[in-house]
Design a protein around this ligand. Structure first.
Ligand code: SF4
Length: 501
């Protein structure tokens, strides 16, 4: 389903046939039928004959009007988004054009100086850049847009969202990395341009007649109430020691994750230990002999979870699937590394590769890689866990969750929403993540809020809690409540303020 969209481009789709003799065996019949059912702009050129209308009705007979409405809405939004991205993209090619040329095209901030590097928690940095000449070009980036950081010789060293874009300073959030203060860099818009076909393919995949897609439609579109079972006594004994390490709500979330038959939502407020909870859940699932598809929207979030997880499990138990380079600490967990040490005999390599792909209980990858890698055409899992679920479009999350018998979405709907460029799609609701969509009507017990945080003292926490979390965010204990940074001397300042412009 994905291939036709990714290769064709929507404006070049031909009109459907009027005679349906060939359509019976066509691999794209569901895609074609859904597009014809979505007859509003911008695809109204797809006119149909009576014979074709009957074929379309037959092909989509397993779908209710509500399912068709969901497909129509998301096909329309995805196509609008694709068209907008194409218009904005122009000649945004960081490999072909000089930074100054890319800036002229409105897709890059060239030659910006790194003036400040601020640590945010243990994993992230806020990097602030400014132009030597003073003011930044107006409106080139918007808050929330994702950019890459490059030099003239190294491309896309880092990637992250824009936290603020002021007249003279732009600040982005990235994973921890060693960039030199006062050096010059280029910030380019990142557009996952080739991914639009995957989003469209995922909508079509959701509408197919398999039992897996049928179940996801029931849960996501019909909003069937999720069900839970009781954990058997012998299973409690197997996982008890892991759960005891956790704070109250984290422990509840893990128990719920082990007992859910359909789905669980975890709203992880800032500093509340989302990754700790995910890691504990995966360890418990492994002890119970269950397989896990561990995903997130970005590669850095996947790497972060894997780095934490690998302290507790053996390398045999996890495989990191990625198309780009992964964090050096987890490189041994990729398929390439795992088979690199084998003899060059083809049979041996083939057998070992098959064993790894079939038997490794935890596969870690991004949501979009789960939509495109051929491994996921045949491998299924007991549980899919999606981190950053509030950051991803519904169409990105649908595919990984349909690969498992139950799923757990983890995120924070009060933080960054999915990035949508098209204003019409944005205003009509495309930015509502699956986490937010399901949380709106979720039953008691299927949504756990991790509201005890370990990061901020009482004053800072209180501000955040009052402004964004209706006073629900609290400190995990007295020690956190009263924590302060002692700045007795210049040595205690985490970075050199005098270098920060
Ligand atoms: S189903 Fe659609 S795409 Fe396939 S042969 Fe028929 S008209 Fe062409």
């Amino acid at each position: 389903m994905v291939q036709p969209f990714s290769k064709l481009g929507i404006e070049s789709l031909p009109e459907p046939l009027t005679n349906t003799r060939l359509c019976e065996k066509c691999q794209c019949s569901l895609t074609c039928s859904l597009l014809q059912k979505s007859s509003d702009d911008p695809i109204s050129h797809l006119r149909t004959s009576k014979e074709m209308s009957e074929f379309v009705d037959l092909t989509t007979i397993h779908l209710s009007p509500t399912h068709l409405e969901y497909a129509k809405k998301w096909l329309k939004w995805s196509i609008l988004e694709w068209e907008t991205a194409k218009r904005k993209k122009k000649l945004n090619d960081i490999f072909m054009d000089a930074p100054e040329k890319r800036e002229e095209n409105g897709n890059c901030l060239a030659n910006v100086r790194l003036i400040k590097c601020e640590e945010i928690g243990s994993q992230n940095l806020h990097l602030s850049f400014s132009k030597r000449s003073g003011n930044l070009p107006h409106g080139i980036f918007e808050k929330g847009e994702v950019v890459t950081v490059s030099t003239r010789t190294s491309y896309a060293i880092l990637m992250g969202p824009i936290i603020s874009y002021e007249s003279q300073v732009v600040t982005i959030r990235v994973d921890k990395f060693n960039l030199r203060l006062n050096n010059f860099y280029h910030l380019d818009k990142y557009e996952g341009y080739s991914t639009y076909g995957l989003h469209l393919g995922n909508i079509v995949g959701l509408m197919d007649a398999t039992p897996y897609s049928t179940k996801i439609r029931e849960l996501v579109i019909d909003k069937r109430t999720p069900t839970f079972v009781t954990l058997a006594k012998e299973d409690v004994l197997k996982v008890g020691s892991i759960i005891k390490e956790l704070e109250g709500n984290q422990a509840r979330a893990v128990v719920k994750g082990l007992t859910c038959k359909d789905y669980l939502l975890i709203q992880g407020l800032p500093g509340s230990g989302k990754t700790t909870t995910i890691v504990a859940l995966v360890r418990c699932l492994l002890r119970l002999g269950r397989s896990v598809l561990l995903t997130a929207y970005t590669n850095s979030a996947v790497d972060n979870m894997v780095i934490r997880l690998k302290k507790f499990i053996s390398e045999d138990q996890i495989l990191r699937v990625a198309s780009n380079s992964v964090h050096p600490d987890i490189r041994p967990l990729t398929l390439e590394s795992k088979i690199a040490s084998l003899s060059s005999q083809r049979d041996v390599v083939f057998e070992e590769t098959r064993r790894i792909l079939e038997k490794t209980p935890v596969i870690a990858t991004t949501c979009l890689m789960a939509s495109s890698n051929s491994l996921f055409l045949w491998r299924r899992f007991d549980v899919c866990i999606v981190d950053e679920a509030s950051l991803a479009l519904q169409t990105a999350v649908i595919k990984p969750i349909s690969l498992a018998n139950s799923f757990v979405l983890v995120g924070d709907s009060r933080q960054l929403a999915p990035l949508v460029l098209n204003n019409a799609a944005k205003s009509q609701g495309m930015t509502v993540s699956l986490l937010e969509h399901l949380a709106e009507s979720c039953v008691e017990g299927a949504l756990i809020s991790l509201n005890k945080q370990f990061r901020m003292n009482k004053q800072i926490c209180g501000l955040s809690s009052t402004l964004f979390y209706e006073n629900t965010l609290i400190c995990a204990n007295m020690e956190i409540e009263n924590r302060v940074v002692e700045i007795g001397s210049q040595e205690n300042v985490p970075f050199n303020l005098s270098n920060n412009g």
